[in-house]
Design a protein around this ligand. Structure first.
Ligand code: ATR
Length: 270
C-alpha cells in the first residue's frame, strides 16, 4: 500500500497542539489523505528528531516552542520572511538532505487581522506588546503592510529596544505608552498562559479599533477583557492566526491553498 504523505509538528511540550486537526481538515479540502503527527523532542534534541523524521520520508514539518531558533539553524536556506524574523516555523525538504525554512506566523496574523477581522493595517498605528520569538516573528510581515508606525513595548525594556533596532521600528517602556494613539494593539506575551496581563494603562486602548491576543481561548481572555473594558472597539484571540499560519505552511508544502474560514469555524466549535 502506498504510504500517505507525512507531516509533523515538533515541540516541547507538543501534546496540546491543534495542528494535526487543522491539517487534516485542509487535507479533506484537497481531497487527499495525509498523516500529521505531533513529535516531542528533547531540549537540545531537535536536529536529531528532525533528521530522523525526514530520513523516514517526512515531507514537511512545523516547529513550535521552543524550537523555532533550532529550526532556523537546522535549515540550509531561508525565505526572506524567516531571515527577517530570525525564526523558522515551517520546514520544507529540498531533497539530498537539504532543507528550506520559512515562517508562516506573520502571514497568519496579518491575514486574520485584515481579512477575517476586517481591520486595515495600512496607515495605522500598531502597538506590539512583548519582545520574544512570537512578536519578532510577525514584525516583517506587519511592516510589509505599511502601517503608519509600529511601536514595541515589553516588560523587560532592553529586549524591546534590541528588537526595535533590529527591525527599524520604535520602542517605548510599557509605562510610557501614549494614551489614545494606537489603532491596533497586539499582545504577543506569554503572560496569559498564567492569567497575567502586561502592565499597560487603560488609556492606551482609548482609540483602539482592534485588540488582538496571539494566544487563543481562555488564555487570551484576561487581556481581551481588559482591552474591552478600556475602550477597545473589537477584540480577537489568536485562533485565526493559528489556522492561518497552518494554511500558509500547508500551501508551502503542497501547493494547495486551503480555505481558512470553515476550518476556523470548526476549530472554534470544538
Ligand atoms: P515566545 O517565543 O512565545 O515569544 P519568549 O521568547 O519566552 O516566548 O517571550 C515571552 C514574552 O512574553 C516576553 O516578551 C516576556 O517578557 P520579558 O522579556 O520581560 O520576559 C513576555 N512575558 C511573559 N510573561 C509576562 C508577564 N507576566 N507580563 C508581561 N510580559 C510577560
Amino acid at each position: 500500500m502506498k504510504q500517505k504523505p507525512r507531516y509533523a509538528v515538533f515541540g516541547n511540550p507538543v501534546a496540546h497542539s491543534k495542528s494535526p486537526q487543522i491539517h487534516q481538515k485542509f487535507a479533506e479540502q484537497e481531497n487527499v489523505e495525509i498523516e500529521y503527527e505531533r513529535i516531542f523532542a528533547e531540549i537540545g534534541g531537535f536536529d536529531e528528531a528532525a533528521r530522523a523524521f525526514f530520513a523516514a520520508g517526512g515531507l514537511g514539518a512545523n516547529v513550535t516552542v521552543p524550537f523555532k531558533l533550532d529550526a532556523y539553524r537546522f535549515v540550509d536556506e531561508h525565505s526572506d520572511r524567516a531571515l527577517a524574523a530570525g525564526a523558522v516555523n515551517t520546514i520544507i525538504p529540498l531533497g539530498g538532505g537539504r532543507f528550506r525554512g520559512d515562517n508562516s506566523d506573520g502571514v497568519g496574523l496579518v491575514n486574520d487581522i485584515i481579512h477575517a477581522q476586517g481591520v486595515e493595517v495600512a496607515g495605522k498605528n500598531v502597538l506590539l506588546i512583548g519582545a520574544g520569538g512570537a512578536v519578532r516573528g510577525v514584525i516583517p510581515v506587519l511592516l510589509e503592510k505599511n502601517p503608519a508606525s509600529i511601536v514595541i513595548a515589553n516588560r523587560t525594556d532592553e529586549k524591546a529596544r534590541e528588537a526595535a533596532e533590529r527591525f527599524g521600528i520604535e520602542s517605548l517602556p510599557l509605562a510610557e505608552l501614549p494614551a489614545a494613539h494606537f489603532d491596533i494593539v497586539i499582545n504577543g506575551t506569554s503572560g496569559g498562559l498564567s492569567g497575567e496581563i502586561p502592565a499597560v494603562a487603560p488609556e492606551v486602548f482609548a482609540q483602539c479599533s482592534l485588540a488582538y491576543d496571539m494566544v487563543y481561548g481562555k488564555d487570551a481572555e484576561p487581556f481581551l477583557q481588559f482591552a474591552r473594558s478600556s475602550g477597545a472597539a473589537k477584540t480577537a484571540d489568536g485562533l485565526g492566526m493559528l489556522v492561518g499560519q497552518a494554511a500558509f505552511s500547508y500551501s508551502l508544502w503542497r501547493g494547495f491553498e486551503p480555505d481558512i474560514k470553515p476550518v476556523f469555524e470548526y476549530m472554534k466549535s470544538l
